[in-house]
Design a protein around this ligand. Structure first.
Ligand code: UDP
Length: 255
């Protein structure tokens, strides 16, 4: 088993001397948390004063190595969960047996929890049509949800400072951001300090929840080939997906 190091000082949790209940290790130099229950870890983070949650997959790990801004956002994030099968596999090679924790599932659990606990929720990102459908669907599926702030992600650049101001003034307890990688991570990193909420990049989750895109069927998830489904749905992603064999090669090369 690789050596573990809890890393409470890095996260600088406000008002808590206790280290967090999860362990931080790294995959190809990018931090990732080892936790038996990422939902409990997220709630713990909220109790500790909030922070940024990153959902890490192989593609993002490689992007972080090439993009210092994204690398810094992940390094400073408060909780990085293993979202992709590649990251889980790499952790397994280090002796950490963790379950894959898809960000879309954690985000949904947080929405349900938010409704039950009267949290104020903000949704940022996706196309105008997707956001409209998403709000309708969420209101129907989780009626108690307090959607304090919703905004689509294709705004004119000059609109953003005002939007950011309004978002911060809404003091949300949970902010889900679908602006794509790396923008959603760097955007959150810039905005969340001093805010009490949980802030999480959710990639294509709004497209799925709105019914605009499909998630891979469960059997593909079990075979760990969700990436193939995504590639078939969005063939234009093929170039980005070359990061997957590069990731595997790099993990194997490092032994
Ligand atoms: N998106 C957005 N504004 C942008 C670019 C992307 O709101 O300028 C949204 C996009 O509509 C989608 C989400 O970000 O809902 C994630 O995009 P994508 O799947 O390309 O990102 P990934 O997380 O896979 O990199």
């Amino acid at each position: 088993m690789a050596s573990m190091a809890t890393d409470a000082s890095r996260t600088g949790f406000r008002g808590s001397a206790e280290p967090p209940s999860w362990t931080v290790t790294s995959v190809l130099g990018v931090q990732v948390a080892v936790s038996s229950n990422v939902f409990a870890a997220a709630l713990e983070l909220k109790q500790r004063g909030g922070g940024q949650i990153v959902t890490l997959n192989a593609e993002m790990t490689m992007a972080a190595r090439a993009n210092p801004e994204l690398g810094a956002a992940i390094a400073q994030a408060d909780l990085v969960i293993p979202d992709g099968a590649g990251v889980v596999w790499a952790l397994g090679r280090q002796g950490f047996r963790v379950r894959r924790s898809p960000g879309i599932e954690l985000a949904r659990q947080l929405l349900v929890y938010a409704a039950a606990h009267r949290w104020r929720v903000a949704l940022v990102g996706a196309s105008p049509a997707v956001m409209e459908r998403l709000v309708e669907r969420l209101q129907a599926e989780i009626p108690a949800l307090d959607l304090a702030f919703t905004i689509h992600g294709y705004q004119d650049p000059e609109q953003w400072p005002g939007i950011e101001q309004q978002l911060l003034e809404a003091h949300p307890d949970l902010v889900l951001v679908a602006l794509g990688v790396p923008r959603q991570e760097t955007w959150i990193q810039r905005l969340h300090p001093g805010q009490p909420g949980l802030w999480m990049g959710v990639g294509g989750s709004f497209d799925v929840w709105s019914g605009t895109k499909q998630r891979a069927p469960e059997w593909m998830g079990r075979l760990q080939i969700e990436w193939l489904y995504r590639l078939i749905q969005e063939p234009s992603r093929w170039r980005r997906m070359l990061a997957l064999p590069a990731f595997a090669w790099e993990v194997l090369r490092r032994g």
